[in-house]
Design a protein around this ligand. Sequence first.
Ligand code: NDP
Length: 294
Amino acid sequence: MSEKIIDGKAIAEKVREEVRLGVAQMQQEHNYVPGLATVLVGEDTASATYVRSKQRTCEQLGIRSLGYHLPADTTQEALEQLVAELNANPEVDGILVQLPLPKHLNEEAVLNKIDLAKDVDGFHPVNIGRLAMKGRDPLFIPCTPAGCMRLLEETGVNLKGAEAVVLGRSNIVGLPMAMLLQKADATVTICHSRTKDLKAHLQRADVLIAAVGRTEMVTGDMLKPGVVVIDVGINQKDDPTAKRGYRLVGDVDFESAKEVAGAITPVPGGVGPMTIAMLMANTLRAAEIGLSKK
Ligand code: NDP
């Protein structure tokens, strides 16, 4: 792989290996195995695939995986009751409620109920609040932004004083990403659907995090030479030559951007593999926090 291409698969494997070692050490020293509870509501195929993949990774790393699958018509009360039980269960270190939830459920209310010390997705408002505040640290950082930060770190990017553009401002990616970058002393610009002149912002960016969900919307001619590009987007692009009739591409047009960028993540094989790896790292951390209280 060219030095320019940031190898998310290899870096994710490095993170998984760190977790595997941490879990083995915990078992040896404390006779304790971390546990992750996954909560899936309904039959959404993509969500079921993500949950299976998280459970499989747990097994590979020696983490105990407890799967809960509730029917699509589950009530708010039943879901919150399950979260309360998992909060109280000493065998559960991390709780992951797979999003999005069916429309009739109040996502925010459910996330608010997760014990802060088990919030391995990092979506609890207190964790996000701590991320935003100077001098405070969250217990857990949301997995995808944490993965992006690790990719930047492994690439050797100096963020101090760097101009960083975060494209997208969602609660799960763009917003926490921007907060992490400013905590790392970058000068951060957040761009979104109402941004008037995206290219003008991009031309100043030393670092670009693209998290929009728009097929290849950023092209090489929009970028500053040498920029480090982390492409979070996962989009389906029609491709009659592909088995499924489409292939996955990012929010950045890889071919034109790689000619200009100093370093760039591919899609797939960039940010994607990092998200689950960071979830595993957060679960190990949750178990460490749990043990420190016992
Ligand atoms: P959301 O749909 O929640 O947010 C998209 C953001 O992009 C919004 O802030 C929106 O702005 C902004 N946006 C939309 N259109 C434009 C536009 N034309 N110009 C500028 N900004 C625009 O998406 P997510 O943050 O959940 O996900 C973003 C992408 O990342 C998706 O492709 C998703 O599949 C992928 N993803 C990948 C993960 C991984 O593990 N690799 C994990 C999570 C997500 P506004 O706020 O104004 O509406």
